[in-house]
Design a protein around this ligand. Structure first.
Ligand code: SF4
Length: 287
């Protein structure tokens, strides 16, 4: 017991990003082998490298294990209702375009419950970053299948296998016009932090799908019960192809079918804010 306390104190005292992490909130809630600590680390490193002052960064998250990231960063943080962080972030960015608004939340939150907000925010090209952590399941709320659960994968609500095909999220975001679209796993730490930094400097909707282990939830139903099982899966199955045909990057998790990663799209497009200003000028509200 005494050793555990000393260990916790040592870890807390040695946090290399004291300026950006609320270390007084540690230990965190995440399970052993979870990828969310890595996502948090990449996010704070990207902020530190972004050349945007921390007091201009704002994080919005929804309900779920991923949503807890907002509580661990020393930023203005908003933890909102299930499925609604993108709608909340859109409103904030429209009212305060000087802020760097980032949504970090899970697949269940952002594209299952919140799918409608996702598609319309991309279509409008609101200048926000959406870092979606995909662990293929609703983790915190009961391990139910969702819109990213691969066909045939098991969950608490699909014990005989998911009967629905999942979203191909990079294809969806690209088809709706997102200026920046990427996918990395939590094993690809440097690439993920670099993609986050790039997303923060992109004008318009920047989307990163982050494939992340959930050994306690999804993994327990699908023979990935340990963080090391996921590392093996990522090492053996991931292929980096920045110019991949996005029609072919859907994830199946079937043996021999790769998980394709990369910074797929990086382009310019008028943002919602640009178009809104044009309308205001035409209406005579602005000079
Ligand atoms: S349930 Fe899954 S996603 Fe949630 S903390 Fe545990 S391992 Fe991570």
């Amino acid at each position: 017991m005494g050793q555990k306390v000393v260990l916790r104190e040592r870890i807390v005292d040695e946090s290399p990003r004291d300026d950006l992490i609320r270390r007084e909130r540690f230990p965190h809630i995440w399970c052993p082998g979870c990828g969310l600590g890595t996502v948090l680390k990449c996010y704070v490193e990207a902020i530190a490298a972004s050349n945007i002052p921390p007091d201009k960064h704002v994080i919005v998250s929804g309900i779920g294990c991923t949503g807890r990231i907002a509580g661990y960063v020393r930023l203005d943080s908003y933890h909102v209702t299930h499925g609604r962080p993108i709608a909340f972030a859109e409103g904030m960015k429209i009212v305060r375009p000087d802020l760097e608004v980032t949504v970090i939340s899970g697949d269940g939150d952002l594209v299952t419950i919140g799918g409608n907000h996702f598609i319309h925010a991309v279509r409008r090209n609101v200048d926000i970053n959406v870092f979606l952590v995909n662990n293929f399941i609703y983790g915190m709320t009961g391990n139910q299948m969702g819109s990213t659960t691969p066909l045939g994968a098991k969950s608490s609500t699909s014990p005989y296998g998911c009967p629905e095909p999942p979203f191909n999220l990079p294809l969806l975001a690209a088809a709706l016009g997102a200026p920046f679209v990427a996918r990395w796993t939590t094993l690809h730490v440097r690439q993920l932090a670099d993609a986050m930094k790039r997303a923060m400097n992109v004008k318009g909707f920047a989307f990163i799908e982050i494939i992340s282990p959930c050994p306690v939830g999804f993994g327990s139903y699908n023979d990935l019960r340990d963080g090391r099982d996921y590392i093996k899966l990522f090492l053996e199955n991931c292929i980096v192809d920045h110019s991949a045909d996005l029609n072919k990057v859907g994830i199946t998790l079937k043996p021999g079918e790769p998980i394709i990663l990369g910074n797929f799209i990086d382009r310019e497009a008028p943002t919602y804010h640009d178009l809104e200003l044009e309308v205001f000028k035409k209406a005579g509200w602005l000079k």
